[in-house]
Design a protein around this ligand. Structure first.
Ligand code: SF4
Ligand code: SF4
Length: 169
C-alpha cells in the first residue's frame, strides 16, 4: 500500500500566482473582524453590557477568563488532618520529573506506621514544564496541580523556587 506524504504541497493556480485575489481576501477578512468588533469595543467602553464573543478582548486583570477545571495550575501539597504533608517522601515525583525541578530531602516520620516524610520539598517553577507527571506518579495523591494559581511571575529566579510551607499553604 502506498504511503501518502504527511504534507502535500499544492501548486498554485494561474490567478493565485499573482497573489492579488489572496491579498484582497486577506484584507476583506481583516476588515470584517475590525468592523464587527469595533462597535462592540466602543459599546463596552461606554459601559454597555456586551456578550462575550470570541474576539472581544478580556480586560485582564480586572476581568478573568473562567479556567477549565482540569487546567494544571501551581502545585500544592495535600495535607493530613493534622496539617502535616501527606507526602511520604517516596521520591517518585522527583524521579519522574523531566525538568528535574523537584528537590526532596526525606526524614523519619514520628508515626511508626508512616515510613518517611519530607524535610525539604522544593519545586523550581521557573524550570517546571507543567507536564503533570509528578501528579500522575504520586502513589499518595499528595501533590496536586489544582491550586488555581496561574500568576507566577517573580522578580528573581529565587522567587520562583517554592518551598514546602508555600506549597502546603
Ligand atoms: S509538572 Fe512536570 S516538570 Fe513540573 S514539577 Fe511536575 S513533573 Fe516536573
Ligand atoms: S510522589 Fe507523592 S508521596 Fe512521593 S515524594 Fe512525590 S509528593 Fe511525596
Amino acid at each position: 500500500m502506498a504511503i501518502m506524504p504527511a504534507l502535500m504541497r499544492q501548486s498554485p493556480g494561474f490567478l493565485q500566482r499573482f497573489y492579488l485575489i489572496e491579498a484582497v481576501q486577506g484584507v476583506a477578512l481583516t476588515a470584517r473582524h475590525f468592523f464587527v468588533n469595533m462597535p462592540r469595543h466602543v459599546a463596552r467602553g461606554l459601559g454597555f453590557k456586551v456578550g462575550k464573543g470570541n474576539t472581544v478582548t478580556i480586560e485582564y486583570p480586572e476581568e478573568r477568563r473562567q479556567y477549565a477545571k482540569r487546567l494544571r495550575t501551581r502545585h500544592r501539597l495535600a495535607k493530613r488532618t493534622d496539617g502535616s504533608p501527606r507526602c511520604v517522601a517516596c521520591m517518585m515525583c522527583e524521579t519522574i520529573c523531566p525538568a528535574r525541578c523537584i528537590h526532596i530531602v526525606a526524614r523519619e516520620h514520628p508515626d511508626p506506621n508512616i515510613e518517611k516524610a519530607p524535610a525539604v520539598f522544593d519545586i523550581d517553577i521557573g524550570t517546571c514544564v507543567f507536564c503533570g507527571f509528578c501528579v500522575e506518579a504520586c502513589p499518595e495523591d499528595a501533590i496536586r496541580m489544582d491550586s488555581g494559581v496561574v500568576e507566577l511571575a517573580a522578580y528573581t529566579r529565587e522567587g520562583l523556587l517554592y518551598h514546602m510551607d508555600q506549597l502546603l499553604g
